[in-house]
Design a protein around this ligand. Structure first.
Ligand SMILES: NC(=O)C1=CN([C@@H]2O[C@H](COP(=O)(O)OP(=O)(O)OC[C@H]3O[C@@H](n4cnc5c(N)ncnc54)[C@H](O)[C@@H]3O)[C@@H](O)[C@H]2O)C=CC1
Ligand SMILES: Cc1cc2nc3c(=O)[nH]c(=O)nc-3n(C[C@H](O)[C@H](O)[C@H](O)COP(=O)(O)O)c2cc1C
Length: 170
């Protein structure tokens, strides 16, 4: 078999284009600890198991926030609500960290990582395992506390844009 046969047929652009068709929740992942405070926007978040309650978060190792999360080893997944679109863009861009956090209200739960007011749910976690795949680290996060908001509408990232998800009337 020649090496050419092993060349992947799917390049980055084709992969991303297809991935843009997968609607996903959009989250702001925060951390606070010995390495300081940081936060970034992430759609690559998934439930792994409920025993122990565990999420995974995929973080690009080239992100400015990467060393802060690696050293703190704790984080909070704040799942965004309709109305959080501008905040999501702020945490997903090249904005200095201090400017990201002044744009919203925060509290804390167990780890001290910032919990976003008005998020549909927040999961305060400690990072228990890290697996590197390609450009990203997969952070496995054991959930130590949850904060739920039953009033806000949801928010999805689909086709490279934000879409509110309306809660059904009871
Ligand atoms: N997993 C990640 O690291 C993600 C990164 N982003 C970043 O946000 C910006 C805007 O993204 P879009 O407007 O959705 O357009 P896009 O064309 O860059 O991405 C389309 C879709 O491909 C996936 N994707 C994008 N970058 C990826 C990466 N580096 N590794 C794995 N999957 C990736 C995501 O599902 C994303 O929604 C880009 O800079 C993108 O890199 C967005 C979503 C996920
Ligand atoms: C909607 C959206 C989803 C994103 N999802 C992820 C993700 O799952 N993982 C990731 O590493 N970066 C993701 N990013 C990019 C990071 O938010 C961005 O790289 C981060 O803010 C760090 O940027 P900085 O290096 O300028 O600080 C996403 C961006 C947007 C706008």
């Amino acid at each position: 078999m020649s090496l050419d046969t092993l060349t992947p047929a799917v390049d980055k652009t084709a992969f991303r284009h297809a991935m843009s068709r997968l609607g996903a929740a959009v989250n702001i992942i925060t951390t606070e600890g010995p390495a300081g405070r940081a936060g970034f926007t992430a759609s690559a978040v998934c439930s792994v198991t409920d025993a122990p309650p565990t999420l995974l978060v995929c973080l690009n190792r080239s992100a400015s926030v990467y060393p802060v999360f690696r050293e703190n080893m704790q984080l909070c997944v704040n799942t965004l609500a309709a109305g959080h679109e501008a905040l999501s863009t702020l945490f997903g861009g090249k904005t200095p960290m201090a400017e990201r956090f002044v744009a919203a209200e925060w509290s804390t739960a167990v780890t001290g990582s910032p919990v976003l007011s008005g998020a549909v749910a927040s999961f305060d976690c400690r990072i228990t395992q890290i697996v590197s795949v390609g450009t990203h680290d997969t952070l496995f996060c054991e959930v130590l506390a949850v904060v739920r908001n039953d009033d806000s509408h949801g928010l999805a990232w689909f086709d490279r844009g934000y879409h509110p998800l309306m809660r059904q009337e009871a």
